[in-house]
Write a protein that binds this ligand. Sequence first.
Ligand code: PMP
Length: 391
Amino acid sequence: MRRSARGAEPDKNTMKKPQLFTPGPTPLPPETLLAMAQPIDYHRSPASATLIADVLTKLKHVFQTENDVLCLTTSGTGAMEGAVANLLSRGDKVLVIRSGKFGERWSDICTAYGVEVIPIDVTWGESVSPSTVEARLDASPDVKAVFATLCETSTGALHDIAALAQPTQLRPTLLVVDAVSALGADDLQMDAWGVDAVVSCSQKGLMTPPGLAFAALNARAWDAAARSDLPKYYLDFQKARDAGREGSTPYTPAITLLHALQASLTLLCAEGIRNAIARHARLAQATRSAVAALGLQLFATHPANTLTSIRLPAEVDGKAFIALMREKHGITYAGGQSQLSGKIFRIAHLGWMNENDVIVAIAALERGLAEIGYEMPLGAGVAAAQEVFRR
Ligand code: PMP
């Protein structure tokens, strides 16, 4: 018989079943897995053109836009870099909202391209106040763009993009949003709210393996792109748009991932983006309710639907807890990143997830907490989640 992670006692749970509750990659629906098993096709064939055109059309529904959506073969950071390289020019000045690791990434990319960054630093776990951003825009009217993050995945905080778009729409300033983790889970109405550019990727709400990234630009953003003089080649958005309109890509696309994406987008479009967001809201609410019932505290003051960040009790060794859950129970939660390492853990309820998955995530959490000696009534979190679902 196998020994448990703690070594001393036999491990009765010998049939391992890995379950991912990470904010990317997220679990894949069977339709998506099967779509990747078909023979590879030539990417310039008529069938591939039909595939690419279909994927790009379906992405518009998810982005809630009539603008072209570009499909790039890269991870989410590639689309972020592409947004900087395509929208900005030498000598530009930008505002960057930094409330965690991914806001910092926006400023790192801008700095790498020689763009002047005016940071708006927000305490990790909090969300930016839109009035602070507006005041900074008043103080620096020559700012070319504001870089924001819909869900700051490192903290679980949601930013009020609709409110941020109000002042930028009235100025010649672009609002560029990283929706890498939250697209499909938290609301982002690109056209209705007047967001100028949105970037995202495949391995999160879109239920597809890592490797594809997306960008959508509105007319104002395309004007900026036409004037941009920063260096770009592989991530040239105009080339991607022109090719996309022909059901093509400038370079060899990750054709197998496009088949996977088509399958996942078919599911997402059948559900409808509004329903998908409502589902994620319900899963998040149940998770937060369970966390409270277990006497734990949320880390984010305005938590997203995408994931729930939870403070670990001071006596708990966060890294050991994450390792115990993964190695003994097959449950992968995400740990804290950078300064939050060992202090928080994150449960994603993102992508191909339903109410039963949340029950599993919470029941396993109770089991793990009990094993590390954290006092709480077993079942309290599950009951709280069930109450939310019953309502
Ligand atoms: N932005 C956000 C908000 C993210 O969550 C992530 C990935 N966790 C990224 C950017 C970077 O994406 P990738 O790792 O796919 O490059």
